[in-house]
Design a protein around this ligand. Structure first.
Ligand code: FUC
Length: 347
């Protein structure tokens, strides 16, 4: 295992550092302490060729100007909260409005736009980056001083594990995830339309025109949302299903997982031979197929465009605060929040 640290940029008088973890198989994961952002994941294809499989930039300016949360940790609450408000113990909290009057991915300056403290833990067969941050009471409208600790561990089996821990001095809400856009073709050679996704999920959330959950939980049977036996992404970008159309011709939906820690999410690109198995303790995964990716900038020399990457955001259900029948995102005072997701790359 090997770790390289180098300066990435200066921001407001602070240095932003890139940490690159490299394992004995040559897999590399590069992360900056701004937003705990994963800027690069390099893994082998079926011939052993090492290439990057996530969308990321080389400069801080590009992250600030163009990034739709590329590779970042999003929080305190991932996804949309309707009208940017919720009520807890009789108090209504007004959150930052950053998406059509709604709250999205933690607000205007969420976890993705702050600089985290970093520590490195080296073990014989793994390396861990430990990021910590204190989100103060009232930040982006949320109650409670919330202490977060996020760990990225790379081992020699081409597995990256991300764990999220949090504790608050007041009752609050937490639902954190990682927002990497995967593209297994390698160095963005193709878009993700021919990637095949398999999901252990029978049900998904219906969305309204603003991509907010309506409260209805729909069965996947006989729809383009049935990934149980595997399905290419293109089958949902080109349908008449109203849910695919309102998402911008694709997917932007939370799927409820039926099985945890058991290969519940599997993405495969036949042409490169690369696969990605995702296992989590979370109740859901949001599949977002890059439907809103703008085309007026480039990503490491490649023109950005729709479907250039897809996100698999393991998490609780968005807007659960306004839908009491959804699993709760409430964190009690002094109780621990714990979420963990493992990304296993195959070739
Ligand atoms: C995803 C989506 C949103 C949004 C954002 C950049 O998580 O759910 O619709 O476009 O990322």
């Amino acid at each position: 295992m090997n770790l390289i640290q180098e300066k990435f940029a200066e921001l407001d008088g602070q240095t932003i550092t890139t940490f690159t973890m490299i394992n004995d198989q040559g897999m590399e994961v590069s992360t900056i302490d701004y937003g705990c952002t994963i800027t690069r994941i390099v893994v082998p294809d079926r011939n052993g060729t090492l290439e990057n499989v996530v969308l990321g930039f080389d400069t801080i300016e590009e992250y600030q100007q163009h990034s739709p949360y590329f590779g970042a940790v999003v929080g305190r609450h991932a996804g949309r909260i309707a009208n940017a408000e919720f009520t807890l113990e009789g108090t209504t909290y007004h959150l930052a409005k950053n998406n059509n009057g709604n709250h999205l991915h933690g607000g205007i300056k969420g976890f993705d736009k702050v600089i985290w403290n970093t520590e490195v833990v080296e073990e014989k067969d793994s390396l861990t980056l430990v990021f910590t941050y204190l989100s103060k009471d009232g930040e982006e409208g949320y109650p409670g001083n919330l202490k977060m600790k996020i760990s990225y561990t790379l081992n020699n089996d081409n597995e990256l594990q991300i764990s999220y821990e949090g504790v608050s001095d007041q009752k609050t809400v937490v639902n954190v995830t990682s927002h990497s856009y995967f593209n297994l073709s390698g160095n963005l050679k193709r878009d993700v339309l021919n990637h095949k996704l398999t999901l252990k999920s029978n049900r998904f959330l219906e969305l309204d025109e603003e991509l907010i959950p309506t409260g209805e939980i729909l069965p996947v049977e006989n729809t383009s949302f049935d990934f149980r036996s595997g399905r290419k992404i293109i089958e949902g970008t080109d349908t008449n299903d109203r849910q695919n159309i309102i998402a911008g011709n694709g997917y932007d939906h939370p799927f409820l997982l039926t099985d945890n820690h058991n290969k519940e999410i599997y993405l495969f690109d036949d042409e490169s031979g690369r696969g990605l198995i995702i296992e989590t303790n979370q109740p859901a995964v949001v599949l977002y197929t890059g439907n809103q990716l703008a085309d007026d900038f480039s990503i490491q020399g490649i023109n950005s465009r729709k479907y250039l990457g897809l996100c698999l955001e393991t998490q609780g259900l968005p807007d659960s605060l306004n839908h009491p029948h959804f699993p709760s995102a409430i964190l009690e005072k002094d109780q621990g929040y714990y979420s963990v997701t493992k990304y296993i790359f195959t070739n």
